[in-house]
Design a protein around this ligand. Structure first.
Ligand SMILES: [Cu+2]
Length: 144
């Protein structure tokens, strides 16, 4: 009997722990970042765990956030409206590419990184991104 209660107790505890670890992460969309770079997500490298919610906030006007085709670890997609917050729950380990469509040419991109090991080469390989976005992606991936 005691063993059953202990088993249930452990299940409840681990369930509580998994709820507690599901974080809400906020990312600002800015005309100018704290490092002086123009048109940025801040942070541009978003570290998250499976189940976390990442919310992109329209801190400055004129921005939006959208998933990038073929660059979402869990195969999902999202597309926010300009000047509106948008949230995405990451459901698998890996890398996720996020862009502000109107400022793609300015390199306004971000990466959500879930887990510990990443295939950074496969993430960019053959993807259609602007020159500035590619340069920013390379900097972000270099921080992993
Ligand atoms: Cu933008």
């Amino acid at each position: 009997m005691n063993k059953i209660f202990m088993g249930v107790g452990i299940m409840v505890l681990s369930l509580l722990a998994s709820f507690a670890s599901a974080a809400e992460i906020e990312v600002k969309m800015l005309n100018k970042g704290s490092d002086g770079e123009k048109m940025v997500f801040e942070p541009s490298l978003i570290r998250a765990n499976v189940g976390d919610t990442v919310t992109f906030l329209p801190t400055d006007k004129g921005h939006m956030a959208a998933s990038m085709k073929g660059m979402m670890a869990d195969g999902g997609k999202f597309k926010g409206k300009t000047n509106k917050p948008v949230s995405y729950v990451v459901t698998a380990e890996g890398l996720y590419g996020v862009k502000c469509t109107p400022h793609m040419a300015n390199g306004m991109v971000a990466v959500i990184a879930v887990g510990d090991s990443f295939d950074t080469e496969a993430f960019l390989k053959g993807k259609k991104v602007s020159k500035k976005a590619k340069a920013r992606f390379e900097i972000i991936l270099g921080e992993l």
